[in-house]
Design a protein around this ligand. Sequence first.
Ligand SMILES: Cc1cc2nc3c(=O)[nH]c(=O)nc-3n(C[C@H](O)[C@H](O)[C@H](O)COP(=O)(O)OP(=O)(O)OC[C@H]3O[C@@H](n4cnc5c(N)ncnc54)[C@H](O)[C@@H]3O)c2cc1C
Length: 395
Amino acid sequence: MAQAAESVTSGPRDLRTLAEEIAREVAARHADSVDREARFPSEAIAALKQARLLSAHVPASLGGDGCSLQELIEMCEVLGEHCASTAMVFAMHQIEVVCLVQHGAASPWFQGYLRRVAASQRLIASVTSEVGVGGSMRTSICAVERQHERFRLTKDATTISYGVQADDLLITARAAGDSAPGDQALLLLQKEDYQLKRLGTWDALGMRGTCSAGGTVEGVASVEQILSTPFADIAAQTMVPVSHLLWSALWSGIAASAVGRAAAWVRGEARKAPGTTPPAALRLAEVHAELQSMRASVAAMASEYQTIRADPRRTSELSGMGFALRVNNLKVNASRAVTRIVEAALQICGIHGYKNDSPFSVGRQLRDALSASLMVANDRIYAANAAVLLVQKEI
Ligand SMILES: Cc1cc2nc3c(=O)[nH]c(=O)nc-3n(C[C@H](O)[C@H](O)[C@H](O)COP(=O)(O)OP(=O)(O)OC[C@H]3O[C@@H](n4cnc5c(N)ncnc54)[C@H](O)[C@@H]3O)c2cc1C
C-alpha cells in the first residue's frame, strides 16, 4: 500500500488500485473473524482512512480526490469481493458523502464540514429507518424542532449500521412539527451534537460486520446543518440512485467472490483428470454469464445516471417516473441475482462450498447476499414500481 500515504496534492491517484490493495491485503485477511465475531471491520476501515479513501468523492477544492461515481462503484465491487461488511460500510458512507456534495456544497457550513471529512476522514452513518414506519425511507414520524438558530431532534431508528463507530449521522426527519410524514428534511449531526441511546443488538444472519443495531438518537445542533433541498428531491436525484448503484456493485463483488471459488474448485477437478471437462464446468460457464449480466446492468445504469447528472438541463429527469422505475429495477434485479449466483456456486462446489472451513466455502457470501432483498424490502420497491406502471404507458 505504498501509494496510500501519498499526498493528495500530487495529482490524481489510482483509487481503484488502492482499494483493491486494501481489499486483498487487509479486508480479506480479517473477513472471517469480522463475520464470526459480528465485529466492525476496524482494520479495513482504518486502512481506508489511512489511504484517505473516505474523502475520495469530496471535491479536490475541499481537500478530497473529487473522484467520479464510476470510481466509487469500482471500489465497492472490489471491496465486496473480499469483505462484504467492509464494502457495505464504505458504500453507505460514500452515499452520504455524495448527497452532501450534490446538495450541500453551495452552503458554507457544508463546505466546512466536507473539508473536515477530508482532513479527519470522518465516517458518516445513515439514519433513515424509524420505529413505526419500517423501511419506508420516504416517511418520518420524528420532526425537526426549531428554536431560533438551533434545532432539536429525537429519532428512534430500527437499524443504524456502524452507529457506534460512526463520527457523524445523516438523518431524515419531518421538516417541522406540523409537516406531513412525507415532508422530510435531511440533516447532519456531528458526534458532539448527539447521544446514541438504547442500542439494540446485531446478531444477524449476514452482513454481520456492519453492526447494524437500532437505537435512539437525541441531538441538538445549528439549523445550518439541515440541507436546504427537500429530502424528496435528494432521495429521487441522489440517495436512491447512488444507493442502488453502490449496493448493486458490492453485491456483484459478493457474486464474483463465489464464482471465483467455484472456478477454483472446477479447475482443481479438471487437473485430477487431464483432457476431460468436469461436468460442473458447464454450470460454471452458466453462472459466469449471469455474473456478466449483473455487472452489465450496473454499468448501464451508472452510465445513464452519470450522463443525466452531467447535464443540469436534465436534472428533472431524475425525479421522473421512468428513471425511478429503471433504478429500482436495478436494485431488485441485482439483489435477486446475487443470491442466485452464490447459490449456483454452492451447487458447483458441493459439500466443499457448504463447509465453513473449506477454501471453497461460500457460506459467508450466501448469508451476506441474503440481506440484499431486505435492505429496503424488494416488495416495497415492487409496490412503488407497480404504481408507476399503472400510469406510465411506455414499457
Ligand atoms: C445489512 C443492513 C444494513 C442496514 N443499515 C441501515 C442503516 O444504516 N440505516 C438505516 O436507516 N437503515 C438500515 N437498514 C434498514 C433498511 O434500510 C430497511 O429499513 C430495513 O431493512 C427494512 O426493515 P423491515 O423489513 O422490517 O421493514 P419493511 O420495509 O417495512 O418490510 C416489512 C415487511 O413488509 C413488506 N412490505 C413493506 N412494504 C410493502 C409494500 N408496499 N407492499 C408489499 N409488501 C411490503 C416487506 O416485504 C416485508 O415483508 C439496514 C438493513 C440491512 C439489512
